[in-house]
Design a binder for this molecule. Structure first.
Ligand code: GTP
Ligand code: MG
Length: 149
């Protein structure tokens, strides 16, 4: 099965949204394969967002992601990368549909609660930035036969 990297940003943690967000993934039938709370170092923040290094909002993005603890996760499931992106919603919450995480919980682009990988290649890179292989669990959900045909 596929893997993606998900991170609840400092605003999501400070606002007490961790349980609700994790529950959405669990209830969808996706598997939490790894999860931890951490403070993101400057080096890690810059690597995470290196694709945006030349953008004017990059310094704010790096300082925001370091402004409090985050919750990082590896989430697994069939076609999980696009599935989680659709659950997260559009980058700018102004355009995020109700029912998505950003559409239900966020207002402003720079406080959009959650990050999720945008492709399987990004997922692989981001998972390796945040997790050692020994931190990623291998197990079966008991409901897998009811989730997968
Ligand atoms: P992430 O999951 O956080 O990577 O969001 P995304 O993939 O939906 O968007 P993208 O990777 O393009 O941008 C990363 C983050 O930078 C976004 O989540 C926003 O918080 C921020 N961002 C992106 N574009 C802009 C912008 O034009 N202005 C500002 N201020 N912030 C932006
Ligand atoms: Mg992105």
């Amino acid at each position: 099965t596929d893997r993606t990297f998900v991170m609840i940003k400092p605003d999501g943690v400070q606002r007490g949204l961790v349980g609700d967000i994790v529950a959405r993934f669990e209830h969808r039938g996706l598997k939490i394969a790894a999860m931890k709370m951490l403070l993101v170092s400057e080096d890690l923040a810059k690597k995470h967002y290196e694709e945006h290094a030349a953008k004017p909002f990059f310094p704010n993005l790096v300082s925001f992601i370091r402004s409090g603890p985050v919750v990082a996760m590896v989430v697994e499931g069939k076609d999980v990368v696009p599935m989680v992106r659709s659950m997260v919603g559009a980058t700018n919450p102004k355009n995020s549909n109700p029912g998505t995480i950003r559409g239900d919980f966020a207002v402003d682009m720079g406080r959009n609660v959650i990050h999720a990988s945008d492709s399987p290649e990004s997922a692989k890179r981001e998972i390796s930035l945040y997790f050692n292989t020994s931190e990623i669990a291998t197990y079966k959900r008991i409901d897998e036969q009811w989730l997968y045909e």
